[in-house]
Design a binder for this molecule. Structure first.
Ligand code: NAD
Ligand code: WQD
Length: 337
């Protein structure tokens, strides 16, 4: 199948490109490079042994999108492109709505223009807001606590309306929990620009001696060790989830929301210990006040993905830490993106 990946040179898009290419699909990467590097395209060719088409463009450019969809004979779209930093979204809500919501509208217009109805959307567990019960299943009420989360929620709702309007649409909203790790080659991975917002890249930089200490945001949560609990999922497992979603959509029309998580929560201190164990480095940390907006615990009920997509996460914390550490060291030596 010919598949377009918006945001295809980004962290999750690039790993998904590997899985799709290795499953025999032809992948076109579409990205404006606002948060990724064109060297990823070469790394992907190296990993998969076949060149990959890259189009530099913005998802808000519906004309270029339409031309690209038509020229490449695209049959399905996986929509990763968007801005994703929660804190930044509070300061720059207009940019977030323009990129994420307006960008998705433009993508839908382009898809409609060339009659492509199969869409997998990168949603997030953030659409559940403050958990009312755990584990989070797909029936949990949705809400948003910041503009980033609200953009995801708006898009999901928009996609539901679109799917209701015409039976030819086949749409999966994949609600990712906390993606971490990297491809085994260490050629692609997560390369945050500036100070990492997320736990895993921050831990990796502390272990590498690039930062002095991790700040653990609160140790007074009602969790076993008092630190925040999250459902960390290996990015390669997540990538395989997209392939499974495409398989599902081949036989199911309509709108579907599915969690992609492991179903298992780990605390900040468990992550620190796992990383120290795998890397052999110490990860100094200090306890600081809670980060505003953080919840105590968030983890998935992953049964729907298993039942409907035939997918479940295979890789554990050790694999997540090992691949992150390998990518961190390779990045320092300058051979990755
Ligand atoms: P990323 O920033 O690495 O990848 C996103 C890509 O989209 C980047 O390459 C960026 O250059 C591109 N992009 C951004 N705006 C664009 C635009 N207007 N036009 C074209 N390209 C554009 O992020 P990621 O971690 O790979 O996330 C991918 C998707 O998954 C995002 O939609 C994100 O919100 C969602 N998501 C991520 C996480 C996470 O923790 N990483 C969790 C849940 C959901
Ligand atoms: C994990 C845990 C922190 C950094 C965010 C977005 C979410 C989704 C994934 C896109 C928490 C603690 C973190 C640090 C720390 N993204 N922490 N010190 O907050 O679960 O989710 O990324 O959709 O929408 O909100 O992930 O990695 O930032 O934090 O103690 O320096 O680590 O408090 O308990 P989070 P995270």
């Amino acid at each position: 199948m010919n598949i377009l990946l918006t945001g295809g040179t980004g962290y999750i898009g690039s790993h998904t490109a590997v899985v799709l290419a290795q499953a025999g699909h032809d992948v076109v990467l579409y990205d404006n490079l606002s948060n990724s590097d064109r060297r990823v395209v070469n790394h992907l060719a190296h990993i998969t042994g076949r060149p990959m088409t890259f189009v530099e463009g913005d998802i808000r450019d519906a004309e270029l999108l339409t031309r690209t969809l038509r020229a490449a004979g695209i049959e399905a779209v996986i929509h990763f492109a968007g801005l994703k930093a929660v804190g930044e979204s509070v300061d720059k809500p207009v940019e977030y709505y323009a990129n994420n919501v307006q960008g998705t509208i433009s993508l839908l217009q382009a898809m409609q223009a060339v009659s492509i109805g199969t869409l997998v959307f990168s949603s997030s567990a953030t659409v559940y807001g403050e958990p009312q019960y755990l584990p989070l299943d797909e029936k949990h009420p949705t809400s948003a606590t910041n503009p980033y989360g609200r953009s995801k929620l708006h898009i999901e709702e928009m996609l539901l309306d679109v799917a209701k309007s015409d039976q030819r649409w086949r749409i999966a909203c994949l609600r990712y929990f906390n993606p971490v790790g990297a491809h085994d080659s260490a050629l692609i991975g997560e390369s945050p620009r500036g100070i990492p917002n997320n736990l895993m890249p921050y831990i990796a930089q502390v272990a590498a001696g690039q930062r002095q200490a991790l700040q653990v945001f609160g140790d007074d949560y009602p969790t076993p060790d008092g630190t925040g609990v999250r459902d960390y999922i290996h990015v390669m497992d997540l990538a395989r989830g997209h392939l499974a979603a495409l398989g599902f959509l081949a036989h199911h029309a309509g709108w579907h929301a599915v969690n992609l998580g492991t179903g298992h929560g780990s605390s900040v201190l468990e992550m620190v210990r796992a990383f120290e164990h795998v890397s052999g480095q110490s990860v100094p940390y200090k306890i600081t006040p809670r980060r505003p907006g953080d919840v105590a615990a968030c983890y998935a009920k992953a049964d729907k993905a298993a039942r409907e997509l035939g997918w479940s996460a295979q890789l554990g914390l050790e694999d997540m830490c090992r691949s992150t550490w390998k990518f961190q060291r390779q990045s320092e030596s300058g051979s990755s993106r």
